[in-house]
Design a protein around this ligand. Structure first.
Ligand code: EPZ
Length: 417
């Protein structure tokens, strides 16, 4: 199995360009099948999640062409057939075909989605939303058939502002009869990016990016061009690297506003940054104060940056803490970090951990437990003394576009072996 090998201690200097957002593009590609014509999406990152979605489209007989970060999708000859278990399980975002196929054909047949094992990750809120739009759900084991005579708009209150459920209900409601209102909706920037895509096709969606979204059903969606927003989690990952081992490292093609919580926490710890319109210059000193992190839904501190941030906390002078409120099993990577010398204590309920620093880390052979867990070990390897080998790297390649090239260009000693 290929591994990532890192020689730690090399300063990062120069510029890192941010790619399109994974958690937006993985929704935009299934959304494209709602269009009755051909759509073009640009700023598409080269990550394996996009490959897996492409395979599902091909399975459904849609035409997809990818060239230089552009994807063109023509679903006029699409066949609404079962999405196999293998294809469904490849990634979490396969669940967006539930809303898209239901919205287009009033019927979908597929399996429970895949995705990182960072918690139970049920889809009950998605299914409840579909039922409120008039769909009937037949569930056998992890196999689902969801169908409706005619979808009809309704008021839907989400018990939790779930990103996936908000987008999936939006996809099912965009061609439904009448008006749908989603209350307590998730407000992550990726949701607004999907709504803008649909509105560019002629949909009628208001309030995306707030906790109340109103969708008035339309009959036809026409072709359009759309751009994926920059990946705030990728940008946050490089910002934290810059704080740890950067020397005038610039992160560009990003939206600093999307990372307010992270920037506030890094500033609180004493990190110096120059914040521009679409870039941040980070100097990197080495004298940071301890801080407390609590993950929350957007615009709170992103759970997807929690694991990478835990590495930063190993380099803060004193006792820091992390409280994970979104997932019930997202501290596995801390156990791998301990192999590199980190001083961590996880509370038995698995929702809070304390990290003592400043602790010099050393190279080791470690396992990626999930996408962001793998990224945290890569960051640790960059600052560790000696050589770090990371395996299960397919997790990392699922969500970070050209990460080896981008880091090598700014001075890291990193390779896939
Ligand atoms: C999206 O996952 C992202 N994935 C996740 O990023 C991210 O961590 C998450 O949003 C939260 O920001 C994609 O966009 C593909 P949720 P999603 O529905 O949609 C519970 C990464 O590293 N819940 O907002 O699955 C759920 O179990 C990934 O890029 C229910 O209980 O997240 C979780 O505890 C990891 N029932 C919480 O809500 C439901 O029906 C948040 O889930 C749905 C969710």
């Amino acid at each position: 199995m290929p591994k990532i090998r890192i020689e730690g201690g090399h300063k990062l200097t120069g510029t890192i360009p941010i790619s399109g957002a994974k958690n937006s593009v993985v929704a935009l590609i299934p959304t494209a099948i709602l269009c009755d014509e051909t759509v073009t999406i640009s700023n598409v990152p080269e990550i394996t999640d996009v490959d897996d979605l492409e395979n599902i489209l091909v399975h459904l007989n849609a035409e997809i062409t990818r060239t230089n970060g552009k994807v063109e999708i023509n679903s006029s000859n699409i066949i609404n057939k079962e999405i196999t278990e293998t294809l469904s399980k490849k990634l979490r975002a396969s669940y967006y075909f539930m809303g898209a196929l239901l919205g287009k054909f009033n019927r979908v047949e597929m399996y429970f989605p895949g995705g990182c094992t960072i918690g139970a990750r049920p889809i009950n809120l998605h299914l409840k939303g579909f039922e409120l739009l008039g769909a009937k759900i037949t569930e056998e084991g992890n196999h689902f058939v969801i169908e409706a005579e005619k979808l009809k708009g309704n008021n839907i209150y989400l018990d939790f502002p779930s990103v996936g459920a908000t987008i999936n209900i939006m996809l099912a409601a965009v061609k439904a009869k009448g008006k749908t209102v989603i209350d307590n909706a998730a407000a992550e920037p990726e949701i607004a990016n999907v709504a803008t895509f649909l509105n560019n096709m002629g949909a009628k969606i208001k309030g995306a990016g707030t906790s109340t979204i109103t969708i008035t059903g339309v009959k036809y969606l026409h072709s359009c061009f759309h751009e994926v927003i920059p990946d705030r989690i990728e940008a946050g990952t490089y910002l934290i690297m810059g704080a740890l081992i950067g020397e005038n490292l610039r992160i560009e093609n990003m939206i600093p506003n999307h990372l307010e919580a992270l920037i506030a926490k890094l500033t609180e710890a004493g990190v110096e940054m120059e914040i521009g319109l679409d870039n941040i210059l980070i100097k990197g000193t080495n004298n940071y104060k301890p801080i407390d992190i609590k993950t929350l839904v957007y615009p709170g501190f992103a759970t997807d940056l929690q694991q990478v941030m835990s590495v930063f906390l190993t380099q803060c002078q004193g006792r820091s803490s992390i409280e994970e409120t979104i997932y019930e099993n997202r501290f596995q990577s801390l156990l791998e970090l301990e192999k590199m010398g980190a001083n961590v204590k996880i509370r038995p309920d698995n929702h809070k951990a304390t990290i003592r620093g400043k602790t010099p880390l050393h190279g080791a052979d470690v396992n990626s437990t999930d996408l962001r867990g793998g990224a945290s070990l890569l960051v640790a390897g960059l600052i560790a003394d000696g050589i770090t080998n990371i395996d299960n790297i397919s997790y990392i390649l699922r969500g970070y576009d050209h990460i080896i090239e981008k880091l090598t260009n700014v001075g890291a000693k990193i390779e896939i072996i």
